[in-house]
Design a protein around this ligand. Structure first.
Ligand SMILES: [Fe+2]
Length: 250
């Protein structure tokens, strides 16, 4: 079997207007630059995963702007909600190519699982019982496959106190699964607008830069990182369960 190549982009913060500036960055133009770079430079992609905060103002027009930017990408595209998203509005742009779903079997060796951690009224996230149950069942069923998980909110500290107040509220649900199943190889998040790497039991854990403004790593309070450009993450899944990944910045 050949390797699977994925690209993660995250935290686009689009709005109904293409002129909106957030923290000094035009979010539409910035997302467009990242997506255009992927279209021209990354020809071998099996799936594109967008890990939340796709739209900042929950408007249908914001999601239409996203659909416009994704035009021309041929591989399947998976959307995950963040704290700023409207799951109902996300559904409005789904079609044969753009999907909003929990899980997907990528090939004989890999299963991808996507959490919806959006909780109305808070910037923190939550694992629903349903999602945890679905993942548990898949892990029980596909013991011979490796698992890769995507979600918006980090389930562990990223060593940035102000950001850590907005993480997953019930992370133990996932910790126990990563302890029980060594088949969970990687967990990838957005939300924090910065690159970070750690482990959760046997699984590797990564966060990915936003397509717009960046936050300073290890910051106690809100701090923009003005030295780093927007970026995305390339992920290769090998048949033996190994994950190779790196961040590209514009
Ligand atoms: Fe977020």
């Amino acid at each position: 079997m050949t390797n699977i190549n994925l690209i993660q982009i995250t935290d686009l913060h689009l709005t109904k207007s293409k002129n909106t500036i957030i923290q000094g960055v035009n979010t539409y133009v910035s997302a467009k630059n990242v997506i255009n770079e992927i279209k021209t430079k990354q020809k071998k992609i099996d799936s594109l995963i967008l890990t939340g905060d796709l739209v900042d103002d929950e408007t249908d027009l914001g999601y239409q702007n996203l659909k416009t930017l994704l035009f021309g990408i041929k591989c399947p595209i998976y959307l995950i909600p963040g704290n700023h998203d409207s799951p109902a509005a996300i559904k409005s742009i789904c079609d044969d190519r753009i999907k909003f779903t929990n899980s997907f079997i990528l090939n004989n060796d890999w299963v991808m699982f996507l959490f919806n951690t959006k909780k109305i009224g808070t910037h923190s996230g939550i694992f629903s019982e349903d999602d945890i149950e679905k993942l548990n069942k898949l892990l029980e069923k596909h013991t011979e496959k490796n698992f890769i998980i995507f979600l918006h909110h980090p389930p562990i500290s990223i060593n940035s106190p102000w950001m850590d107040t907005m993480s997953i509220m019930n992370p133990n649900e996932l910790y126990s699964l990563t302890k029980k199943y060594t088949s969970i190889k990687g967990i990838f998040c957005g939300h924090v607008h910065q690159e970070f790497e750690s482990t959760i039991n046997n699984a590797k854990f990564y966060t990915t830069p936003s397509t717009c403004h960046q936050y300073k790593p290890k910051a106690d309070k809100f701090s923009l990182d003005l030295n780093l450009n927007a970026g995305y993450r390339y992920i290769t899944l090998k048949n033996d369960g190994e994950i190779i990944t790196s961040v590209f910045r514009l």
